[in-house]
Write a protein that binds this ligand. Structure first.
Ligand code: GGG
Length: 325
């Protein structure tokens, strides 16, 4: 059966790493039909609309979407795209790979981030000149859904769960998030604890090996996963899956990297590992494993891009991965 894959490179290095990940998908050749669409700062400058209806509709109808990176228009691009695919969970695995000089090679954890609400719900306003407000939305339904997804994910892999929150300060919102996640924990035979997200940030840096699956509210997941990227050698290595019930969107955790965009030296690893997650989501487990192995072997033996201390280009790394495949 042909599966439709939407490809939305977005801005900056998204334009460089997304085609590399698409080449990898084409090389392992399940019966994919690709359709490409625009979104982001450039299309906003040209048309006034960062997310054309056709792009949103493509993501909403495709079996899976491969996304690159969003820049200044992130709130108008990636948040509605996640909503278009019905995503409730943003899954961000963080692993140290051989050959990357990871500061913490023992790191092997996964952030399961709530993907629909919190401070990213879009209720932000200027109430008067010099005075702005943001409404943080936390519902029992979304908290239960993300907690259940996190505990199921951990149970399938025989891992533990840490519930991240700041319920001592955000008593209502994170109080509800924590109480709901703790109630879900009761249903599972999975070791579980909770952690204040600020203390958790320190513990992640000191002993990342203590953590398996971290279930967290939206903003906490965004921030803590970038922090964890620093444990394993940088943002160029972290893939993510925005999981929905019927479809999903896959993207590197990194943004547009304007400092190197256009130079052809962006690390395509995160985008390629996102492609591996896409394959697995669609049930192509063998192909996903093959992509992961080829990417890991390339990280170990090179060539490597400058973020990992090498001098290879995106093209060099892509060719090396394709050769291994
Ligand atoms: N590919 C990741 C990306 O475009 N990141 C830009 C960004 O600001 N994302 C916000 C988020 O992940 O919620």
């Amino acid at each position: 059966m042909t599966e439709k894959i939407a490809v939305i490179p977005g801005d900056g290095i998204g334009q460089e790493v997304t085609p590399a990940a698409r080449e990898v998908l084409e090389a392992v050749a399940p019966d994919f039909e690709f359709e490409e669409a625009d979104a982001g700062d450039e299309v906003a400058a040209e048309t006034g609309d960062p997310l054309p209806d056709a792009t949103r509709e493509l993501a909403a109808s495709a079996d899976a979407t491969l996304f690159g990176a969003a820049g200044e228009t992130a709130a108008d691009v990636i948040l509605p795209l996640r909503s278009a695919v019905g995503s409730f969970a943003n899954v961000r695995p963080v692993r140290a790979y051989p050959g990357t000089d990871a500061p913490h090679p023992e790191t092997d954890l996964v952030f399961v981030r709530e993907n629909t609400e919190g401070v990213y719900a879009g209720h932000e306003t200027e109430v008067a000149p010099g005075v702005t407000t943001l409404t943080r939305v936390v519902t029992e339904a979304a908290s239960e859904e993300i907690a259940r997804y996190g505990f199921e994910y951990a149970a399938e892999r025989d891992r533990s769960v840490t519930i991240a929150h700041k319920a001592n300060v955000m008593r209502e919102t994170d109080g509800l998030f924590l109480a709901t996640a703790e109630a879900v924990a009761e249903e599972f035979d999975v070791p579980a604890d909770d952690a204040l997200m600020d203390a958790l940030a320190m513990h992640l840096v000191q002993r990342p090996e203590d953590f398996d699956v971290v279930v967290c509210p939206n903003l906490a997941g965004d921030v803590l996963s970038d922090l964890a990227a620093g444990l394993v050698g940088g943002l160029g290595l972290l893939p993510s899956a925005n999981v929905g019930r019927e479809r999903a969107l896959f993207e590197p955790v990194h943004g547009t990297a304007p400092d190197i965009a256009g130079e052809g030296v962006a690390n395509p690893t995160a985008a390629m590992l996102s492609a591996a997650l896409l394959l697995e989501y669609l049930g192509h487990d063998d192909e996903g494993r093959r992509v992961r192995s080829a990417v890991e072997a390339t990280l170990e033996s090179g060539p490597r891009t400058p973020d990992l201390g090498g001098d290879a280009t995106t093209r060099d790394v892509t060719d090396a991965v394709l050769e291994r495949l």
